[in-house]
Design a protein. Structure first.
Length: 120
């Protein structure tokens, strides 16, 4: 299964893995988490929480994350790039956003990507 968006070969080849929201590593729990979409791709940084609160998305991540990129159905969104300090940031959903995908990067350039999710 591929879930990352790494294209900087050979620098980031073969270093991404899935973080899975399974209660255990038994086959049943792993399959249920995959079916729920409870996973994300990472090269090290971690998402600890992604919550939608009305028209805002609140993200908590590992403390070493320094940058966030927000992708939507628009070619460019106003708050697409954000400096991150303290392991958290927010994104204000616009009326035109249909989906959001978040990429975070740590100080070493390692990345993590959440799966796209609907914001309509």
């Amino acid at each position: 299964m591929a879930a990352d968006d790494a294209h900087d070969y050979p620098h980031d080849a073969c270093i991404s893995f899935l973080m899975l929201g399974a209660k255990s590593l038994c086959k049943k729990e792993v399959m249920e988490a995959l079916i729920r979409g409870d996973y994300y791709a990472t090269q090290g940084p971690q998402f600890t929480e992604i919550v939608r609160e009305e028209e805002e998305i609140r993200v908590r991540c590992s403390a070493d994350v320094t940058e966030a990129f927000i992708y939507t159905n628009w070619i460019w969104c106003p708050d697409r790039y954000q400096k991150v300090t303290g392991g958290s940031f927010r994104y204000s959903v616009t009326p035109n956003d249909r989906y959001v995908r978040i990429e975070i990067r740590d100080g070493e350039g390692r990345r993590a990507w959440c799966s796209p999710f609907s914001v309509q």
